[in-house]
Design a protein around this ligand. Structure first.
Ligand SMILES: Cc1cc2nc3c(=O)[nH]c(=O)nc-3n(C[C@H](O)[C@H](O)[C@H](O)COP(=O)(O)OP(=O)(O)OC[C@H]3O[C@@H](n4cnc5c(N)ncnc54)[C@H](O)[C@@H]3O)c2cc1C
Ligand code: SF4
Length: 484
């Protein structure tokens, strides 16, 4: 630490953003990184406090506080402050397999629990993380490292999202022969076909997959384990199997008119959009010229807003049952808990720049779809409020009809798709995820492990990577014990 008062004398600055009105005309990343010199100043704001809450990775009150990967944040901040970028990179990759993903798309729970947030503003941790990894790639420090020896064991990783990739990376570097099976046409899971290009460019995902392949990991795409390749066959061919198959069972909205054309799951819409971008073909679901309604107030819905704007929709509205979050932390949400406060995410900023208003409408419940000639033409809603006991109450006389040509359902996920349980035979948890212990990552089938959203339920990239890393260590313990 240089100046112990730097967190007070240097104002926080984070990466910038391209102008909202300009960036909605293309699919490029919207973040503009700060120059390295500015970031060195930002790194100086880190106080190296005795208990670095930024790196504790705990769950409090239903949200994550601190970095789940236990990134060594104060250490790399200090190295960046001194201009020791290479050493900072080496500290960063001790805990984080793919900083280029987290530094672009992580919601940065580290910053919510940074001690400097108490008297001033948090250190710009995510921006500094991105500068370190972008520089490492630019300088050629990130190279394929093939393990010197193989230990003779073969491991199958099913699913190539951040959990599967982190697990495969760890096991490969330990000397295991790793094959990753992926049912989609490209590896990456939601990094590829969930998170839009504006947040995480697909070339960034492809670059990492290429490196992992050069390091010796075999990727088999277009193969659904349990359907295209029997699960028992995989178990026979490999010494251990890790299921990192995500939490892809989407919630639906069982209301009148759900079957009308033009009502789609948000995930189908986002996947179609990225496929179109990568293939140069028109998207299978297109918002061009349409009045779009997004149902669901979460981040998936926000991504749908941003994509619809780029496809030149006529209008876009997003409905949430919940109310608007407060501008400041309420008293029951103290530091170091993740702050539950109002934010104007990138897609909303773009909607303001395009249509002059935030697309979010709060305390609204969809009641039925209306249509003509089997196509959706509108959505009927009522206003709702939560009573003192947290129960949702409809407010009489508040029914409204909203015109719509395209409705996107972004109402969440409820665990692993049912047929995958039938195909693999692993036990289900009460939450609909794969039942596997947090300590051993073992399912009820010996030698079969589970990690990421498939085990913990829909979460974050950073948790998926943490689980992938931990599951790899658990597989290693299991196979080494078997050998002895
Ligand atoms: C639209 C959207 C946006 C998001 N944005 C963010 C964000 O900005 N920041 C963030 O931190 N988190 C975000 N998340 C959450 C984050 O993407 C997930 O928590 C994370 O990807 C989970 O990783 P995973 O590896 O467990 O599963 P996934 O990424 O879901 O990958 C699972 C993979 O398994 C494959 N698969 C499934 N079954 C089989 C089978 N039988 N055989 C072979 N392959 C199979 C699937 O095709 C998929 O590729 C977002 C989620 C969504 C839906
Ligand atoms: S991975 Fe996420 S939580 Fe961890 S340091 Fe990076 S931005 Fe913060």
């Amino acid at each position: 630490m240089g100046d112990p008062l730097a967190f007070l004398t240097i104002p926080r600055r984070e990466n910038g953003e391209r102008q909202a009105a300009e960036r909605v005309n293309d699919w490029g990343e919207y973040v503009v990184p700060l120059a390295d010199e500015a970031l060195r100043k930002q790194a100086a704001r880190c106080m190296d406090c005795a208990t670095p809450y930024c790196q504790i990775g705990a769950e409090w009150n239903g949200a994550t506080s601190g970095c789940p990967l236990y990134n060594l944040i104060p250490e790399w901040n200090e190295l960046v402050r001194r201009g020791h970028w290479r050493e900072a990179y080496e500290r960063l990759i001790k805990t984080n397999n793919f900083p280029e993903f987290t530094s672009r798309a992580c919601p940065a729970p580290c910053e919510g629990s940074c001690t400097a947030a108490l008297p001033a503003a948090p250190v710009a941790i995510k921006s500094i993380e991105r500068a370190i990894i972008d520089r490492a790639f630019a300088e050629g420090w990130v190279t394929a490292i093939r393990p010197a020896r193989r230990n003779g064991f073969k491991v199958a990783v099913v699913g190539s999202g951040p959990a599967g990739l982190a697990c495969a990376d760890e096991l490969n570097q330990m000397g295991y022969c790793v094959t990753v099976f992926e049912r989609a046409d490209r590896p990456g899971g939601l990094l590829m076909y969930g998170i839009p290009n504006m947040k995480l460019e697909k070339s960034v995902v492809e670059r990492r997959i290429q490196l992992l392949a050069e390091e010796g990991i075999a990727f088999v795409t277009g193969t659904e384990v349990g359907r295209d390749l029997a699960f028992r066959e995989v178990r026979k061919r490999f010494d251990a199997v890790v299921l990192c198959i995500g939490s892809g069972k989407t919630r639906d909205l069982a209301i009148e008119g759900r079957d009308l054309q033009g009502v789609h799951q948000a995930m189908d819409y986002l996947t179609a959009s990225t496929k179109a971008l990568l293939s140069g073909q028109p998207p299978a679901i297109d918002a061009r010229g349409k009045r779009v309604i997004v149902i669901g107030g979460g981040d998936t819905g926000a991504d749908c807003v941003a994509v619809a704007l780029r496809q030149k929709c006529q209008s876009v509205i997003q409905f949430s049952r919940r109310g608007r979050l407060p501008d400041q932390r309420p008293s029951d949400n103290p530091w170091p808990e993740a702050p539950k406060v109002f934010k104007l995410d990138y897609g909303y900023e773009e909607a303001v720049a395009t249509f002059g208003c935030d697309p979010r409408t709060y305390n609204v419940l969809p009641v039925r779809f209306v249509g003509k000639n089997d196509r959706v033409t509108g959505l009927v809603t009522v206003d709702v409020a939560f009573d003192d006991r947290g129960r949702l109450r409809e407010l009489p006389g508040t029914e409204r009809t909203w015109p719509a040509d395209l409705v996107l359902l972004a109402v969440g996920f409820s665990g692993v798709e049912d047929h995958l349980f039938a195909h693999t035979g692993v036990a289900k948890s009460p939450q609909g995820t794969i039942a596997a212990s947090r300590k051993t990552y073992q399912t009820d089938i010996p030698g079969v492990f589970a990690a990421g959203d498939a085990r913990r339920g829909a979460s974050l990239i950073v948790w998926a990577m943490r689980e992938g890393r931990d599951a790899a260590a658990a597989v290693d313990r299991y196979l080494q014990e078997k050998k002895d």
